[in-house]
Design a protein around this ligand. Structure first.
Ligand code: GUN
Ligand code: ZN
Length: 488
């Protein structure tokens, strides 16, 4: 167990946690959003981040300070907290982004870690190599090996109480991400950013982002605090938190504002295309889109950045409340309706249901069945696994109707779960709220439950009594199970 990260609450792989940042003397509640501050631009002044936007921690790039004589001297002299005028925790990046953009940087891991320490950073970062998606496997392996050597070098740098990031790379190879996660976890470094996912997110490749994070999480294990490097669009927070990401950083709020782009949880809008602001933050309460279009460039950029930051922090609170209430997966499923690529992301998450099931809470508030994807949730996987271990004997009725004395046992059947003994009816998730009109995926999943139970109990005689199941579900029921259509 890492003593600087404690998990307080859990839903799916998502969790509410507390990250202790000893050098800052603060504890940061996760999931947390770190606004990115570019010291040259400062679109929103850091001093306002905490009071107006609730930010307990921000991130800035130490390489920008390191590379400019003026900034370097100021930062070494006064410290980052004073230069930026921010009392909370400060994470610093290393220049790896510049490395990825320009192919070369002028600093080594020991040099930049020492510098981050000397300017008073609370969480520093080595010079990892952000290998982009889709490179040949050999290139991903070579660059990962270099990143891993640098993490080992970082372990040897004396940085006092400063925490140190151990970025997890591996391009779009989930098994390399898993190996990278295992290696990073075995170092004595502290926080684990999943790196080089920005190109995936910019191209709406959310399903692959999910696979990359799932790989990293398998290697890292459940105790490690995980940062999704460069992920700042509120649209994907619910999905990424449900995959077990704890920290996010947003440069998007400021970068998008510069191009007149307005963030929402359903995607990105161009200011020119908006007739109404679908938001009640202080900015959107004060201006209409038409009024905002008349403002001077700098003022418009600042106001858009403020809105973008408001909607981003608001979504993080929405995600945290859903997690606390035990309905994070319902929120992910809702957000998945914003964009087909988000739907692919959610389907990719349910494809990892077994991995989620191992960490998910056994009991929550209520399971809401919202779409065919709900049939793939970890709770359904867990119930099906349980069916393989249950042993009803004799003549057994599995029915969507009432009990019958003509059988030795009479179990209920509810889609999407399938059969279960009546005395489990009041236990989670079998108390699920399901629609009057169940869809084909739900019935098919119930039929898979029947098949699993029948396979596990070859000596038992089963009769299935159902209402109006589609052919796609009935064909999953084994032949030896007698079927009765209750609809007549
Ligand atoms: N910012 C966004 N992605 C990355 C990454 O992979 N590594 C580092 N150090 N910073 C990033
Ligand atoms: Zn707004």
């Amino acid at each position: 167990m890492r003593d600087h990260f404690e998990i307080r609450d859990q839903d799916g792989l998502g969790r509410i946690g507390e990250l202790s940042v000893p050098r800052a003397g603060v504890t940061v509640e996760t999931p947390a959003l770190l606004p990115v501050i570019n010291p040259h631009v400062r679109t929103v002044e850091p001093s306002r981040l905490e009071s107006e936007f609730g930010a307990e921690i921000l991130i800035t790039n130490s390489y920008i300070f390191y590379g400019s004589d003026d900034y370097r001297e100021k930062a070494l002299d006064r410290g980052l907290h004073d230069v930026l005028d921010f009392d909370g925790a400060i994470m610093t990046d290393s220049g790896s982004f510049q490395l990825a953009e320009y192919g070369e940087i002028d600093v080594t891991t020991p040099e930049i870690l020492q510098f981050q320490h000397d300017v008073g950073s609370d969480i520093g970062t080595p010079v990892d190599i952000p290998t982009p998606p889709d490179v040949p496997r050999e290139e991903a392996e070579d660059e990962l090996a270099t990143t891993q050597e640098r993490l080992e070098v970082a372990e040897g740098v004396e940085v006092g109480e400063m925490l140190v990031n151990a970025p997890v790379q591996g391009s779009t190879y989930p098994d390399l991400r898993e190996e990278a996660g295992r290696h990073a976890e075995a170092t004595d470094l502290d926080v684990f950013p999943v790196g080089a996912v920005v190109p995936l997110m910019n191209d709406y490749r959310y399903a692959e982002m999910v696979d990359v994070v799932a790989g990293a999480k398998r290697g890292l294990g459940a105790d490690a605090p995980v940062h999704l490097f460069g992920a700042g669009h509120p649209m994907m927070f619910a999905l990424a938190v449900a995959m077990g990401c704890d920290l996010f950083d947003s440069a998007a709020y400021a970068l998008y504002a510069r191009d007149d782009r307005y963030l929402t949880v359903r995607g990105t809008e161009q200011l020119d295309d908006l007739d109404y602001f679908p938001c009640s933050c202080p900015v959107c309460a004060d201006y209409t889109p038409a009024e905002m279009r008349t403002l001077a460039d700098r003022e418009r950029e600042e106001l858009l950045a403020e809105h973008n930051l408001h909607v981003t922090s608001q979504e993080m609170r929405t995600v945290k409340q859903a997690l606390r209430a035990g309905n994070l997966l319902e929120l992910v499923e809702t957000r998945a309706r914003a964009h087909p690529a988000m739907l692919d992301g959610y389907r990719a998450l349910t494809a990892h249901a077994e991995q989620l099931e191992r960490e998910d809470s056994v009991s929550k508030g209520a399971f809401f069945y919202l779409s065919g994807e709900s049939a793939r949730r970890p709770e359904v996987v867990r119930h099906h696994r349980r069916l393989e271990r249950l042993n009803p004997e004799g003549d057994v009725l599995l029915t969507e109707g009432g009990p019958s004395d003509r059988y030795d046992e009479s179990w209920r059947v509810v889609a999407p779960f399938g059969p279960f003994p009546r005395d489990l009816s009041e236990t989670y998730p079998l108390t699920a709220e399901v629609p009057e009109e169940m869809d084909a995926e739900g019935y098919r999943s119930a039929a898979e439950g029947v098949a699993l139970l029948a396979e596990a109990n070859p000596e038992t005689e089963f009769t299935l009594a159902y209402h109006d199941w589609p052919e796609s579900a009935l064909k999953v029921v084994p032949e030896r199970v007698e079927t009765v259509d209750l609809s007549g």
